[in-house]
Write a protein of this length. Structure first.
Length: 361
């Protein structure tokens, strides 16, 4: 705003200084000058003269807006926006899951329909209801996030724009698959992982649904809302630390969780996914990494996903100390996964720094 006013005043001074150096037409414009005229003077001869109206318009454009009232300042504060964003996203599974339960109680035929599909051990006793809720999460969470951003920040949400979303998601999936495969390879080479033939491809549907819903919902909450807003408010390092800590604490509610698993999740996933977001400043790459990490460990290697045993193409067995293998919680709680993910985090951090430096050129 200040630079615009300065530019207007400089233009006025330049035109005033050159006003008498060249003849004007009846409409107030300078006539062309000789080719030997210096460049600044030649430029001024084709511009209209500065008037008092120009100065008044510049002053009006640079007028300082009055400070917002305290309710608006509170509403726009980082803590309030974080709470509102998380609450709006959490309403999607809450509304659909409780709505299905209520409908099943009111309509016995609907309850029978929900029970018509065979239960999936470790996932859901009512798979049809499970699929409905996970589908709602995948399809509705992004529109809800867009609504939140428009409502509280009065802007579009380029972090979930669909341009380039496919390639970023695929890149994230490849990266997530490679990370977890490296962790399993280390355990297998040390004799701590064994595999036997597992389930068919058709049995992987609940794993795909669970992995997709977790990737979309958790990334919108923890990277789209918590990390992004905290970074604007307190800086990158604090945002990484707080969002990673909260990510680990939330997973304490999972089966077979303990302090070791929470710390591991915070370090390997919370930090890594936050840095992955920094690479593109969009959520598609991060969602791809998250989805592939979960699906690869459960759907491919047959290892519990954050303490939840799911069907996989292989039936995996972990042997050895819990600090090394992760125990019943899965490889996510192992020191091997932490080391592998720290290496992946370093690569992503470097990529984010290179991209940031390139954007300044």
């Amino acid at each position: 705003m200040i630079s615009r006013l300065q530019h207007s005043r400089q233009r006025c001074l330049l035109l005033s200084a050159t006003e008498g150096l060249a003849p004007r037409t009846s409409r107030g414009f300078f006539l062309p000058v000789e080719p030997s005229t210096p460049l600044p003077l030649a430029l001024s001869t084709v511009a209209p003269t500065c008037t008092e109206r120009d100065r008044m318009q510049a002053e009006m454009q640079t007028a300082v807006q009055p400070p917002a009232s305290w309710p608006i300042r509170v509403w726009r504060s980082a803590p309030v926006r974080i709470v509102v964003g998380v609450a709006m996203l959490a309403l999607v599974p809450i509304v659909f899951s409780n709505g299905l339960k209520l409908a099943a109680r009111l309509f016995p035929a609907f309850d029978a329909l929900l029970r018509s599909v065979a239960p999936v051990p470790g996932v859901s006793n009512r798979p049809l209801a499970f699929y409905i809720v996970t589908l709602a999460i995948v399809l509705l969470s992004i529109p809800v996030y867009r609504l939140f951003v428009r409502w509280t920040e009065r802007r579009a949400a380029p972090e979930v724009a669909f341009d380039g979303a496919l390639w970023e998601t695929v890149a994230g999936m490849l990266f997530g698959t490679a990370l977890f495969s490296c962790a399993v390879l280390v355990l297998w080479s040390g004799g701590h992982y064994r595999a036997a033939p597992g389930s068919s491809i058709a049995a992987l549907a609940p794993v795909v649904a669970m992995s997709a819903a977790a990737a979309v919902m958790e990334e919108l909450m923890f990277r789209g809302v918590i990390f992004r807003i905290l970074e604007q408010w307190a800086g990158t390092r604090i945002a990484l630390g707080v969002s990673a800590l909260l990510f680990g604490v939330v997973h304490l509610g999972n089966p077979n969780a303990n302090l070791q698993s929470a710390v591991a999740i915070a370090i390997e996933a919370g930090v890594l996914l936050g840095v992955a977001y920094m690479v593109t400043r969009r959520l598609w790459l991060v969602m791809g990494v998250h989805f592939a990490w979960n699906f690869t460990q459960g759907g491919v290697f047959g290892i519990p996903v954050s303490g939840i045993r799911v069907p996989g193409l292989l039936e995996g067995t972990l042997t050895g100390p819990e600090w090394l293998t992760g125990g019943p919680f899965g490889v996510e709680a192992s020191v091997v996964a932490i080391v592998v993910c720290l290496g992946g985090t370093a690569l992503l951090w470097r990529a984010a720094q290179v991209k940031r430096a390139a954007s300044k050129v």
